[in-house]
Design a protein around this ligand. Structure first.
Ligand SMILES: NC(=O)c1ccc[n+]([C@@H]2O[C@H](COP(=O)([O-])OP(=O)(O)OC[C@H]3O[C@@H](n4cnc5c(N)ncnc54)[C@H](OP(=O)(O)O)[C@@H]3O)[C@@H](O)[C@H]2O)c1
Length: 325
């Protein structure tokens, strides 16, 4: 498999599918060879736009394409589980958009299917594979922060009030937490692991999905995470990890290619600018190719058990949102 570029099949033809197909062209590790849509016209349109040879009028037909090595699932989140399982049952590896699924039970279904079949599966939490995240991981690994005290992160974007929008429609998995909050939750998970205590507050949108959710996580070490997300306004979208010896500040948007600064308690800050090409989605595609070439079935940077734990955390947050205040 390492002898030739990985052959990607794109499942779905919406916004992120196009962004991923465009970024895939920037990498030598993979190439989009096929696209599948619920309709031929959309498949043709997408294939023409991105120079893709094979265009399928159904997801089933894409999954069955013998020229596809790995399927990128880019549908709304309520479809992720079934679309991923469809591809896995056809013998394809999968990269599944964030959030991986609607809840932890569905995430376990996908992970179980992949493991039983000996196939690769990963959540497309692209932030994990960005160069600035590698810098953060390096600083954490060398103990530059001392003991970690707090993690803070916010993700707010403004969306027009449209009941048909994926962001607001309950049947399309709408809501701030699953779409935007997954980034702060995943960031905190990368730094501190799963929280021992979860306290959250949500406010509903006009459709009943969560429009704004704020979270406090507590950890056995005494560390805390303070996280928030909203569909109502564009927030700073920054993140910070504060330790006894130093802190790391991640510029906005922390989830995309960003500048990171290590600020010691005493002494000069160290700032690392992010050099990147494209939107930043290529790095996750490179990771899939690298792992498959090595014969791995998961990425240690975004393992399935951590994805499941992140979904469990978000299950708890959403359960608290449903409790009348
Ligand atoms: N990584 C990122 O930065 C990022 C950014 C945005 C979104 N996402 C994630 O990617 C996923 C898709 O988001 P998106 O913004 O690309 O959505 P979108 O623009 O609405 O596209 C979703 C696509 O899914 C397919 N689909 C299947 N069933 C559908 C249904 N019942 N209603 C609507 N579309 C349906 C459609 O493709 P066909 O008509 O061709 O079948 C549609 O084009 C979400 O899970 C989201 O969280 C990630």
């Amino acid at each position: 498999m390492a002898d030739r570029p990985l052959r990607w099949g794109i499942l779905g033809t919406g916004g992120i599918a196009g962004a991923f197909a465009a970024d895939l062209r920037l990498t030598g590790s993979g190439v989009a060879v096929a696209v599948g849509s619920r309709g031929q016209a959309a498949a043709d349109r997408f294939a023409d736009a991105f120079g893709i040879a094979r265009r399928h009028p159904s997801y089933e037909s894409l999954a069955a394409d013998p020229d596809v090595d790995v399927v990128y699932v880019a549908t709304p989140h309520p479809m992720h589980r079934d679309n991923a399982v469809l591809a896995l049952r056809a013998g394809k590896h999968v990269l599944v958009e964030k959030p991986f699924t609607m809840n932890a039970a569905e995430a376990r279904d996908v992970a179980g299917e992949a493991r039983r079949r000996g196939l690769f599966a990963m959540e497309a939490m692209w932030t994990r594979f960005l160069p600035h995240t590698a810098v953060i991981r390096g600083w954490l690994a060398e103990g530059a922060l001392g003991d970690i005290v707090t993690v803070t992160a916010d993700h707010g974007q403004w969306f027009a009030r449209d009941p048909r929008s994926r962001l607001f429609a309950p049947e399309l998995g709408g809501g701030a937490l699953l779409d935007l909050g997954v980034y702060p939750v995943s960031f905190a998970s990368m730094v501190l692991g799963p929280p021992g205590r979860i306290v959250s507050l949500s406010d509903p949108a006009f459709t009943g999905v969560d429009a704004q959710t704020s979270m406090l996580f507590g950890y056995d070490s005494g560390a805390q995470a303070v996280l928030t997300c909203t569909l109502r306004a564009k927030s700073p979208t920054t993140a910070a990890i504060t330790g006894t010896d130093a802190r790391i500040e991640v510029g906005g948007g922390f989830y995309a290619p960003a500048t990171v600064t290590l600020i010691p308690r005493a002494g000069a800050p160290l700032r690392v600018e992010s050099a990147h090409e494209g939107r930043g989605l290529r790095h996750q595609a490179d990771e899939v190719a690298r792992r498959l070439a090595a014969g791995d079935r998961e990425s240690p940077l975004m393992p399935l058990d951590e994805t499941i734990a992140i979904m469990e955390t978000m299950d708890t947050v959403l359960a608290q949102a449903r409790v009348p205040g």
